[in-house]
Design a protein around this ligand. Structure first.
Ligand SMILES: NC(=O)c1ccc[n+]([C@@H]2O[C@H](COP(=O)([O-])OP(=O)(O)OC[C@H]3O[C@@H](n4cnc5c(N)ncnc54)[C@H](OP(=O)(O)O)[C@@H]3O)[C@@H](O)[C@H]2O)c1
Length: 304
């Protein structure tokens, strides 16, 4: 039986990597990327997109009627069922990532805007599309409802790493984890596995792939990898991924804490590396795991 997959936020980053990998790796499966706008798919070649089993369906998931229309289209492609939904789309403000809660003191309007945008996609949008697709999942054979979580949303990680940055994103991703816990309780009798998976730290910037790959290559030549010694990437690599020098200085204490608390080999993943690890976790998951949030290693100890 071919497996049917739907992935939200498939225009770029991890979502695009999911649908490209799945459609190429499993030519008999049905792979559906839910995208806000097809014209945003700019990081893939014609050849990569040219798979008969790959479909793109448009929806801004924060619009409940668009989500409902998308679900109808998906149903017509799959014949009324869905095996795996991967809730991947997310809003992460490009401007207020370094902000801690009280950084917004002087700008409550900015806080309101950023929190509303984060809730609209990360919380409501994910619930809208999930609710429209749950009836299809109930008719599927694998029955997996997966949500891409974040270490930023995991209470212990935030506490251990002493990190208060990115408050609007982190708090809405944490809310979503809580909501998914409730879905897991509701849908357990239907045999639906509800699982949150954090992807690690992934370079989804698109822009810096060439230079980053180059730096990581030299980095790997210079360093002897030893997970337990917590190989640390050059600050240069981190600076490339963080927008400005000022932002980097704001994040650095949290990054240093992270490296101190959790074993990390210092490698920032490429999307395809993270996707393969997440799919392994999804494929191994059973109803016993429902309600959990795990890392791309499938555990709650290695988060990067
Ligand atoms: N990258 C990391 O290191 C990292 C770490 C932890 C967790 N995560 C999680 O991993 C997932 C993917 O991250 P990423 O880095 O690949 O993100 P990304 O590059 O920012 O891509 C976000 C995707 O979500 C889509 N999207 C946003 N709002 C939407 C909406 N209202 N309706 C439909 N689509 C919408 C975007 O579409 P447009 O192209 O139309 O904007 C885009 O396809 C997210 O859930 C994120 O929280 C990532």
């Amino acid at each position: 039986m071919p497996t049917s997959w739907a992935v939200t936020g498939a225009s770029r980053g991890l979502g695009l990597a999911f649908v490209l990998y799945l459609s190429a790796q499993y030519p008999n499966d049905i792979v559906i990327g839910i995208v806000r706008n097809k014209s945003n798919i700019t990081q893939a070649s014609h050849e990569q997109l040219d798979h008969k089993n790959l479909h793109f369906v448009e929806a801004d998931i924060s619009d409940s009627s668009a989500a409902s229309k998308a679900a109808d289209t998906i149903s017509s492609i799959t014949g009324g069922t869905l095996d795996v939904l991967i809730n991947n789309a997310a809003y992460n403000s490009p401007t207020t990532r370094p902000n801690k809660p009280s950084t917004f003191i002087a700008n409550p309007e900015l806080l309101k805007r950023e929190m509303e945008a984060s809730v609209a996609t990360n919380v409501l949008g994910t619930m809208f599309i999930t609710n429209c697709l749950v009836p299809l999942l109930k008719k599927g054979s694998l029955r997996k409802l997966i949500t891409i979580s974040s270490g930023n949303a995991v209470r212990n990680v935030v506490k251990d790493c002493n990190t208060a940055n990115n408050v609007t994103y982190a708090s809405t991703k944490a809310t979503l984890d809580h909501i998914m816990l409730m879905y897991s309780i509701e849908l357990k009798t239907d045999g639906i596995v509800v699982l949150g998976v954090s992807p690690g730290w992934v370079n989804t910037s698109g822009k810096e792939c060439m230079s980053l790959a180059f730096i990581l290559f030299f980095h790997s030549l210079l360093c002897i990898e030893n997970t337990y010694n917590m190989l640390v990437p050059t600050d240069f690599v981190l600076k490339i991924l963080i927008v400005t020098e000022e932002d980097y200085e704001k994040f650095k204490p949290a990054i240093d804490n992270f490296k101190r608390v959790y074993p990390w080999n210092g490698k920032i993943l490429e999307p395809i590396e993270s996707v393969k690890m997440i799919l392994d976790v999804i494929q191994k998951s059973t109803i016993e795991d429902t309600g959990n949030v795990v890392s791309h290693y499938g555990n709650q100890t290695l988060w990067l």
